[in-house]
Design a protein. Structure first.
Lengths: 422, 128
């Protein structure tokens, strides 16, 4: 192309000289300038950055991790570099999964495993991440193509399979179990599984696999009408386990529906009693939104849910802040319900019960550890109080006491006080 | 009983020794013409807590009431029923209460809109 453009400049030059009329010279000069611009643009071919061995905190424009390492400098995260040791599996590379994968890739996660059986279609262009020229590729391959360009440090593994079939499930299980990328963590599998699927069958398959492997995972979902979504942390042996198993399914789904339902009532202002029981049918579409969501999901809600999911993932992996066991989002009212779940002791899933039993057996040891930790913290707290005298009578006042002073109930925070002019 | 009365409307057989994949034929009679389709489904790993997803690959893309790959939509009419009766439901229930109503609702619409043609019509039109 460069040669062609060079020829064009020469042609223009000869044309300029051959033209007797000087009034045309200025327009030829303009043309020439444009060709030169084009030549410059053609020269700046996309540069693929090389792999980075160690994450540096140096603040220079060429360091891809300088902005991330700032989190460490600000004291939010103790050791951000640890992110390179983690591997995360993303099941479902669609509206949520692909965005979550891009976010984690840009964060510099160690290894990403991607699972999907679908192909990219033009109908997917209303969501983020995939590009029109990738239509026809499998979603996993297209994702690997884009992600490896963005951050070559990340080890990417793509699996084009359907995890609900027996064969696909076996491959899924074995890929989660072994093959770790860094020598210090050989054979430890993955650190977290993110379920970004759009149907109930696949959710159940992820749940089954994680229960069997005792693998912590996070759930995510967008409602069929693309106005609400949720994320959820599931640990197969701890109290916040949210058992999706057979006998519990109905309870679980009705519960989720009651949340969405409530938010629907909140959003529409309809009296809850006037709603028909028929809306229960919607709970299934909520989880089996394959059909409808594919039409109406748009990038904003997918991005929001992916953002919540990845933030919770980072908090979980890098051990900072509070990791939400469940966080819902209703966009119509900007309502964020949170809650925690307990496992179902009558669960019909053998793997789930096994995990629960392990948990109960390990309880005394865990309690002792928690107690020791609390004592250590109390000790360090007393050490901090080094002021012998209190000349100004400074005392610590509980925040919650103050909130209640202006007549609101507990849990409601006052943002604006009466009397402050706006 | 159905077979002896010629009231049967499907034939399936396992296509692997573990019985996790099933293939066969199903048919529906509309205006005294028999329309026959290939039928296939996998038993999901989470069976019986989730129902098999019945596929009619020949009709893929011909109707809105279908997921990718020819999986018929069971979401509203059958999935709640399955969840209520789980784990007592099986393949027979999925076919009778999932596939049969779907065929009864969809095939007449597809025939009337001209999306599917009877095989006799197709052969005669190609001959002429």
């Amino acid at each position: 192309m460069e040669v062609e453009l060079k020829d064009m400049i020469e042609d223009l030059e000869s044309l300029r000289q051959s033209l007797p009329d000087p009034s045309l010279h200025s327009s030829i000069d303009k043309l020439r300038l444009r060709v030169e611009n084009l030549t410059n643009m053609a020269k700046s071919v996309p540069v693929r950055r090389s792999k980075v061995k160690d994450m540096s905190a140096e603040v220079v424009d060429s360091n891809p991790y300088s902005r991330l390492m700032a989190l460490q400098r600000m004291g939010i995260v103790k050791n951000y570099e640890r992110i390179r040791e983690f591997s995360v599996a993303i099941v479902g590379v669609g509206g949520v999964g692909s965005v979550a994968a891009e976010m984690l890739t840009r964060c510099g996660i160690g290894r990403l495993l991607l699972y999907d059986y679908d192909k990219v279609e033009l109908a997917n262009m209303n969501r983020l991440f995939f590009r029109p020229e990738q239509v026809g590729m499998t979603k996993t391959d297209a994702a690997v193509q884009t992600l490896s360009d963005i951050n070559p440090d990340v080890v990417l593994e793509s699996y084009t399979l359907n995890i609900t079939t027996v064969q696909g499930f076996d491959t899924f299980m074995s890929s989660l179990r072994n093959k770790s990328f860094c020598p210090s963590k050989e054979g430890t599998g993955v650190d977290l599984v993110l379920s970004c699927v759009d149907n109930y069958e696949a959710r159940m398959a992820v749940n089954q696999a994680c229960n069997e492997l005792n693998q912590t995972w996070m759930e995510s979902g967008v409602s069929e009408d693309a106005v609400s979504g949720h994320i959820q942390l599931l640990i197969p042996w701890r109290n916040c386990l949210f058992c999706l198993c057979t006998s519990f399914v109905c309870v679980f789904i009705v519960y989720i529906d009651s949340l969405n339902h409530t938010s629907f009532v909140v959003a529409s202002g309809v009296d809850e009693r006037t709603l028909k029981r028929g809306s229960l049918c919607r709970i299934f579409t909520y989880y089996n939104d394959n059909f409808i969501t594919k039409k109406y999901t748009q990038h904003a809600i997918g991005g929001v849910v992916a953002g919540l999911l990845v933030q919770n993932t980072l908090k979980f992996l890098l051990n900072f802040g509070y990791v939400s066991p469940y966080l819902g989002y209703n966009s119509l009212k900007d309502y964020f319900p949170t809650m925690a779940m307990k496992p179902n002791p009558q669960c019909s899933n053998a793997a789930c019960l096994e995990r629960q039993e392990e948990y109960t057996l390990a309880k005394p040891a865990r309690d002792a550890a928690a107690k020791a930790k609390m004592e250590a913290e109390a000790l360090s707290a007393t050490e901090c109080q080094l002021h012998a005298d209190n000349e100004w009578n400074i005392s610590i006042v509980d925040d919650s006491e103050q909130d209640r002073m202006d007549g609101t109930s507990a849990g409601i925070l006052v943002f604006y006080f009466a009397g402050i002019p706006f | 009983m159905n077979k002896s009365n010629d009231n049967d409307w499907f034939r399936i057989s396992a296509c692997n020794p573990e019985g996790t994949r099933w293939t066969g034929k199903c048919w529906y009679v509309h205006n005294l013409l028999k329309y026959e389709f290939d039928l296939q489904f996998d038993i999901p790993v989470t069976y019986p807590s989730t129902a098999p997803e019945i596929e009619l690959p020949q009709l893929d893309g011909k109707t809105q009431k279908m997921y990718r790959g020819g999986k018929i939509c069971l979401t509203v009419h059958f999935k709640p029923l399955w969840a209520k009766n789980c784990p007592r439901f099986g393949i027979a229930h999925a076919l009778c209460l999932g596939l049969a109503p779907w065929l009864a609702a969809e095939v007449p619409v597809l025939v009337d809109s001209g999306m599917i043609k009877h095989k006799d019509d197709m052969s005669s039109s190609s001959e002429s």
